[in-house]
Structures are given as structure tokens and as C-alpha cells.
Design a protein around this ligand. Sequence first.
Ligand code: BTN
Length: 252
Amino acid sequence: RLGLKTNFIGKNVHYEESVESTQKIAHRLAYDNAPEGTVIIAEEQVSGRGRMDRKWHSPKYTGVWMSIILRPNIPLPKAPQLTLLAAVAIVQAIEDLTDLLPEIKWPNDILIRGKKVTGILTELEAEADRINSVIIGIGINVNPTIEDFPSELQEIATSLFVEKGEKVSRSDLIKRIFMNLEKLYLLYLEEGFLPIKLLWEGYAISIGRKITARTLSNSITGTAQGITDDGVLIMVDDHGKTHHVYSADIEL
Ligand code: BTN
């Protein structure tokens, strides 16, 4: 129905009008042995989930809310690499379809002019130390106006429509993401993370800048040096001490 040019990503699409969260459905399908590349797309999520237990605002018809099931044969600690890979695939899709210049804020926020247009939530199904599946949840604000966002988001969020001044076809966007994701994922499986890391660094805004990384229990201020080969953020604080940050919110 989408007229796809991919071999596995998006070949098996579950399309829903309204769901609690596409992540929840993806977990169930992954458990039931859905093939790699299975995608769940919904027009609306009534309890869309963000990182760190936050909600993700997912109103009807204006966004892309989807979850993609991958089954890479990689060690557990490497799973965060796939979040960075997905971010590159989405940034490239936005560049392919618009003249906008999206940037990536580690680990996985996509910003345009400093405001968030996309969030990515990667979750794992693992048994012992083996990955069974990686579920990549992608939320993109495509066509809402700024008034469509709840007031508390209007300062920090944006949409492709708001930035471009024209509607963007959601199905074209989804198709580009599937194509880019499949290409990058195959490259990753062949050649490892290095080529992905180089692409990612080309879009990253946090690197080389003074930032604060906040987790639920802790916060570190320092300069972001780069990412490790596993996709972990390296920071050096004002005392010269190096920190490896696995998961946090970054303030620029
Ligand atoms: C974040 O930035 O906090 C991540 C947001 C991820 C939102 C997407 S929308 C599709 C998928 N289903 C969910 O419930 N969440 C993810």
C-alpha cells in the first residue's frame, strides 16, 4: 500500500486508528515472533510514552507514531547504537523531503532551530544476555500548528509544518525513513558502528559544547567530548574528570 522499495523494513505493517501505545503492541508482536522489520503505525496514541516515564503527546492525524521491530544479532550493550542509527535515518529523511536542517541532541532528540520535532524511544526484549528484539519507537510532529500543541510544549516543541510552512506527506516521510533505516541497518550489520557514528556526529549539536546531563538522581555539568563506540556520551567536568553517561537529559 505504501509502494515500498525495501526488503524487510515495513513489509509487514500493522496499521491502527487508535492505540494506547504502539510500543505496547510491538512488544506483544515481538514476543509472538513477528518478523524483523515489522512496523506498527497508529493515527493516534492515547497513552503515548516518552523516555524517562514521560508522556508523549500523540494526537490524531498530525504525526507519525510508529514502532519498528529489529532483531539484530549483537551484544546487549551495543543496543543504544541502534537509537543513534534511527536518529540518522530520520534526519536524512527530513532532509530528503524538505530544505530544513534538523540536528540531533544526544542521544535521540531531533531538533529544528532548537525545538524538538522528533523523539525516539528504544526498548529491548532480552533473555539472559541475548537480545530477542529491539523496538524502536519513533514520534514525529509532522503537520500540527503550534496552537495544536498543549501550551506547556509550545516553547520547546515544533513540527515540520511549523518550520517549513507547508504540509509534509506523512506516507512519503514514512517511506523515506524505512528506506534510510534499512540501508543504514544493513551497513551497520556489515561494517559495524563506525560509519554510523561518523554520520551521527555530523548532525550532533551537543559535542564540543558545555552541557548539563540530568538523570533522575544526579546531574553532571561539563563539556561533551563525543560518543564511545557503543554510543555512550563522554563528558569531562570542570575538574577534568571523565564521565560516561548512559542515559540522561541534556541541557545545552
Ligand atoms: C522521547 O523523546 O521521550 C521519546 C518519544 C517516543 C514517542 C514514540 S511515538 C511511537 C512510540 N510509541 C510510544 O508510546 N512512544 C514512541
